[in-house]
Write a protein that binds this ligand. Sequence first.
Ligand SMILES: Cc1cc2nc3c(=O)[nH]c(=O)nc-3n(C[C@H](O)[C@H](O)[C@H](O)COP(=O)(O)O)c2cc1C
Length: 379
Amino acid sequence: MSENDKIALIVTGSIAAIKTLPLIDELRGAGRDVSVILTRAPQEWDWVKVDELKDATGNPVLTEDDSTAAKEKTILAAGTVLVVPASADFISQFVHESTPLACALLSALRKGRDFFFAPAMNVWMWGHPATQRNCAAAEGAGVKIIGPACGHMACGDEGYGRMADVKEIAEAIAASQEGRPHQALSYYDDAKKDPRGVIPVRPDDGRVLVVLAGETMPWPSVKELVNDLSRTGIAADYVLDPNWTKHKDELEALINEKCMVNGQECQTREESVVYYKHFQDPDLEGMEHIKIPESKRLLFFPFIDDELAVRMLQGRGGTLCLDMYLASKAPIVTTAECLRHLAPFTAASLRKDGMETIDHVGRLVCLNAHPRSPGSQPH
Ligand SMILES: Cc1cc2nc3c(=O)[nH]c(=O)nc-3n(C[C@H](O)[C@H](O)[C@H](O)COP(=O)(O)O)c2cc1C
């Protein structure tokens, strides 16, 4: 067995992780020895089972519970390192060296290990400028990117983002290492030419999703915001970032307060939903990650601090708010005032990545495909 036949397989947080066992079959069938390292998401979501991976590989499986030193040892013992599937979040961690596992991988890359990533994500995450920058940076650092392929996605969209077929991935790795061409080795060139192919969809259901996220800022006073939104007549739902989950009751109380507009009770607040359970909500099986961006609702970020802005620009996922920022097919909006509080370069970069601005929440209604006048009742 050559050095390259020893493989460290890093399985990250895309639902395509359900294809890990068939991938291992392909690799082992080609005479490779595979050791798996799982990140948190695929294990937590039960997309793959540690015992099955142990049986399939005949090797120990490392998870979030294991030390970085143990993972480093496994990675350095391998000649070939695969990140399959490679989630948008994980590619970002890697190129920004922002987690211990990412640091261990980069050090192995610098020591000359042969690296392959197979990205897998929805069309909109793939097409996000931040994801495109991250893949280009990974490729520039020496990673070979296999895919993504174009096709029908689990969420119903059509486009680039689907993980390449596992047989093709295994064949493409062998071809690359033997210096032969393989069609899957050129998928990335196609996928980066026209990553999104479509422009943000103007929502027409008159709802806006207010994303209350701030990495380090204290909980802001949202009373004025909730009142202003009620007055616009636009129906608002809310998403709370994990560090603000404790303010859920306070937010719901504000939303449920009766609001009068032109002497009439405003219905908007009663209809509102507060999403706060994020990643681990067993009832919703995590499908908000797909359904909310799918619903084409405007995403309104009324507060953005420098830390959140950096995460957005780095294309990080990992919380519902950040995953939605990457995956939204409707425009993402903030206020001009919010951007004024950020460093000018940060604000300009967010705008360049597609962030739209309004000068007052009342303007949100104008961003819908069929705007209603401020103050009118929702249909
Ligand atoms: C049901 C579900 C499916 C998801 N599918 C993908 C996906 O295909 N690609 C992706 O990049 N992120 C996907 N996500 C989001 C990631 O799991 C999330 O960003 C996670 O933090 C990534 O973890 P990692 O950094 O360990 O890869 C999905 C989330 C859920 C709940």
